[in-house]
Design a protein around this ligand. Structure first.
Ligand code: BG6
Length: 514
């Protein structure tokens, strides 16, 4: 017998430009790593954001789980501080207090079976008190080394199975999911020995960004672009995820990760799949993810000898970012003075299928670059014959600005006014803010809402995480086996290492300036 209940709010609502599908079911969210940085910066504000916009069912409980000893009140005040930034002027104190009254804390050890037995009891109590229908979402936002322990302990304590008929239990696992192909496969095996794949939501927050989802709408919701989206019309594609920030306070993590693992394997390859995949038959989790895996499997693996030709790595030295002097990576707190960790990667990939045969995809990502900006630039082929003598017309570009200046621009040549036939570059621009007014919703809020609704379309499946790792594995191996790189090789605040420019210049192309 189903225990599903309906709640007394409309199925979907629109408040100040903030649209959401209201989850039908109440639930408990257990957040592992609740005292950590990600929880404070992103996850607690995202849940609060959903709550104030009535995107969570009214019967909802949040239980923070971490090692730090603290009581419910202390957790509530830390949560209140974390969400304060979201509130802004005119905050509704009643809404904030209501959200905080639904939160609690549980201090436990990630690998102590007793902690999980007590957690099970606490969840049963919450379930009864809050009439949560046994629905549970476990959010793993801890250091990645403990993911497998948590999952196995949840299984051993009987917490992985749905509580009763009609209730659900799901787990969100943060990135990085593994640190290479072998560890990702091992983690998948351990997770899937406890949970069914349908319960597992591997998160990559880029997929929750409005502009990233709009990439699919742009391609598959409009008739005019798709006929051009192939090797016949496109010269190459550039994908950039540039940050002006440095490593911040994350040296402990970053030293063992680097840009290839931290950004390319995840966010940048997600963008690559979305810009290049075939149209799914429908917009659902199975169809979309089937198309994404096909493209990852079509990317030509980088043979070891190609790594040195097609992949450039860099590390920032001291420099100046937007007028402020900043130290080099090796001088950042917690970084080894001779660190060989890369803070920049540029690479070229080829996709071996009919649509993309011969079209290079140039990807780059780095920290402490001149300007922050994530974009996908589609560079079209030059007009086949120039009838306007004396003009050197730039080929058309379509630039999808993911952030911070969200929008889409198409550049083309236009006749400059006057008696001469002079052609100058101009752009047609679409800007989110102008078109829709409201700012976009935090990616994490979108994804948590999707998970509570049981929609896995924007989450990674086991096979695609493994496929993405298999693309970066040869690079990791070659770097490990090779000599120490000549770091630092780009000053903070610059466009990145010269070798990245050479990668394109050797093929008669150049990066779009940051
Ligand atoms: C995270 C990386 O996944 O993404 C960080 O670990 C990076 O190093 C961040 O700064 C970038 O995310 P966003 O949303 O700020 O572009």
């Amino acid at each position: 017998m189903s225990t599903r209940t309906t709640v007394d709010v409309p199925e979907s609502i629109r408040t100040d430009g903030y649209y959401c599908e209201v989850p039908h079911e109440p639930c408990a969210v257990v957040m592992f790593g609740a005292s950590g940085d990600l929880a404070k910066r992103k996850l607690l504000p995202a849940l609060y954001d959903l709550a104030v916009h009535a995107c969570l069912a009214p019967r909802f409980r949040l239980l923070g789980f971490a090692r730090t000893p603290m009581g419910d009140e202390q957790f509530r005040s830390a949560t209140s501080e974390a969400i304060a930034k979201k509130d802004g002027p005119g905050a509704d104190e009643g809404k904030r207090q209501n959200f905080l009254s639904q939160t609690g804390y549980f201090a436990g050890d990630y690998d102590d079976p007793g902690s999980y037995r007590r957690l099970a009891q606490r969840l049963d109590e919450l379930d009864g008190e809050g009439r949560l229908n046994g629905n549970r979402l476990f959010y793993l936002a801890t250091p990645p080394e403990v993911y497998a322990h948590i999952v196995e302990q949840l299984g051993a304590a009987g917490l992985a199975k749905p509580v009763r008929d009609g209730s659900w239990t799901r787990v969100i696992i943060e990135k990085p999911f593994g640190r290479d192909g072998a560890s990702a496969r091992a983690l998948n095996a351990r997770v899937l020995s406890v949970f069914d794949e349908s319960q597992v939501y591997r998160i990559d927050h880029y997929l929750g960004k409005e502009t990233v989802q709009n990439l699919l709408v742009f391609r598959f919701g409009n008739g005019i672009f798709e006929p051009l989206w192939n090797r016949n019309y496109i010269d190459h594609i550039q994908i950039t995820a540039a940050e002006s920030l440095g490593v911040e306070r994350r040296a402990a993590f970053y030293e063992s990760a680097g840009t290839l693992r931290d950004m390319i394997q995840s966010h940048v390859l997600q963008l690559t799949s979305l810009v290049s995949m075939e149209s799914p038959a429908t917009f659902d989790a199975t169809a979309v993810r089937n198309e994404k895996i096909k493209i990852l499997q079509s990317i030509r693996p980088l043979q070891p000898e190609m790594v040195w030709k097609s992949v450039v790595r860099g590390q920032y030295g001291a420099g100046s970012v937007q007028g402020t002097a900043v130290p080099g990576y090796r001088q950042e707190p917690g970084v080894k003075p001779d660190s060989a960790t890369e803070t920049f990667v540029a690479l070229k990939l080829l996709v071996d299928n009919w649509r993309w045969s011969g079209v290079p995809f140039y990807l780059r990502s780095g920290k402490r670059l001149a300007r922050p900006g994530t974009e996908i630039a589609i560079r079209f082929k030059q007009a086949p014959h120039m009838v306007f003598q004396g003009n050197n017309v730039e080929p058309n570009s379509l630039v999808l600005n993911i952030q911070p200046d969200e929008g889409i621009s198409l550049s083309f040549g236009a006749k400059a006014p006057g008696g001469q036939m002079e052609i100058r570059p101009v752009t047609m621009d679409f800007r989110y803010r102008q078109a829709f007014g409201a700012g976009s919703r935090e990616a994490y809020a979108t994804l948590i809402n999707d998970c509570i609704r049981g929609d896995a379309t924007l989450f990674d499946r086991a096979d695609s995480v493994e496929a993405a790792w298999s693309l970066v594995d040869p690079v990791l191996k070659a770097w490990e086996a090779g000599a120490s790189p000549p770091f630092p090789n780009y000053p903070a605040g610059s466009q990145g290492p010269h070798a990245a420019d050479d990668l394109l210049a050797s093929e008669g192309r150049r990066w779009r300036p940051l």
